[in-house]
Design a protein around this ligand. Structure first.
Ligand SMILES: C[S@@+](CC[C@H](N)C(=O)[O-])C[C@H]1O[C@@H](n2cnc3c(N)ncnc32)[C@H](O)[C@@H]1O
Length: 230
């Protein structure tokens, strides 16, 4: 079946339609390589990789109507909670060869695939470290960061985001945080947990730009976009 490829309204993102099915995709920086079993669609001048919303909270946020996409061509991204690099690989496609992703993951076992990914994707710089302690990897990050993307299941997610924004960013930089309510509090109402985390971000002086509830693609998750203001 012939695939119809269209630009999504968000930069760097595409929609691929095959018959009745519609999927998100990114234009592959490394044609021929499937990172996590995603389908590849070859075109005359390159290749697209389907982007699975159930494997990536960033893709889920886009499908759920994310309005602002801070990660763009040329962006310098600090990615906290990189795991094996599923979402990192799509971010790598989006930022392109002039962008960079400092991908922080604290589990060496989980990061094995991330290290392999960085061998073919030269814009991925893996860092095995704990996102709760930005001073430990500060010397490895060259220059200011445009976007801190955070997807770590920790009880103090808002604080981790703030400390990394403070360490690496200046005014106008963006933060994206995938809040996992059940890692913060296993019993309270999720709405109350989100409110508390958002008010913590607000108390840090961050501008709350957008909130996207990821249900039903990701249970008990909310993506929050923030901006550093003076
Ligand atoms: C939900 S997974 C991330 C999935 C990944 N963002 C993706 O979409 O492909 C969360 C990851 O964060 C890592 N993690 C948790 N706490 C961390 C910390 N304090 N510092 C660095 N990584 C952490 C875990 O080891 C795990 O691999």
């Amino acid at each position: 079946m012939i695939a119809k490829i269209e630009k999504h309204r968000l930069p760097g993102v595409f929609t691929i339609k095959t018959g009745e099915r519609s999927s998100l995709a990114t234009r592959s920086l490394v044609p021929g390589a499937s990172v996590y079993g995603e389908k590849l669609i070859k075109v005359e001048d390159g290749e697209f990789r389907l982007w699975m919303p159930r494997r990536s909270k960033l893709a889920a946020s886009i499908l759920k109507g994310l309005k602002e996409m801070p990660i763009q061509l040329g962006s310098r991204v600090l990615y906290l909670g990189a795991a094996s690099g599923t979402t990192v690989s799509h971010v790598s496609d989006i930022v392109g060869p002039r962008g960079i992703i400092y991908a922080v993951e604290f589990s060496p076992r989980v990061a094995r695939k991330l290290l392999q990914l960085s061998e073919t994707r030269t814009n991925v710089f893996p860092i095995i470290s704990d996102a709760r302690h930005p001073t430990r990897y500060f010397p490895l990050v060259a220059g200011p960061i445009d976007v801190v993307y955070q997807d770590v299941a920790q009880t103090d997610q808002a604080r981790i985001l703030f400390e990394n924004l403070s360490a690496f960013c200046s005014d106008g930089a963006w933060g994206m945080i995938a809040i996992k309510a059940r890692s913060i509090d296993s019993t309270s109402d999720v709405g109350i947990i989100y409110k508390k985390e958002i008010s913590t971000l607000d108390n840090y002086g961050l501008e709350i730009v957008e909130m996207v509830n990821l249900e039903p693609l990701e249970k008990d998750h909310m993506m929050v976009v923030v901006r550093v203001t003076g």
